[in-house]
Design a protein around this ligand. Sequence first.
Ligand SMILES: [Zn+2]
Length: 77
Amino acid sequence: MEKLKPCPFCGGKAVFRTKSNNSSHHSVGFTFEVECEDCGMKLPSNFVMDISLTEDGEINVLNDLRPQAIRTWNTRV
Ligand SMILES: [Zn+2]
């Protein structure tokens, strides 16, 4: 997976921040955003990721918008 590039405005460190927990009995999920640790600039939309445990004991990824969040952040000017 690509890494978040530094903030396009101040060069600060960009981080994933969880906003809420979407867990249910069968799955665990987060709504998250990407923001700059230094100036607080953030993407206008939120993203989600959800996983569940399969009967075989594997992690099943239901939703994973991390790559999209990274792409959106890295192409921002
Ligand atoms: Zn910044």
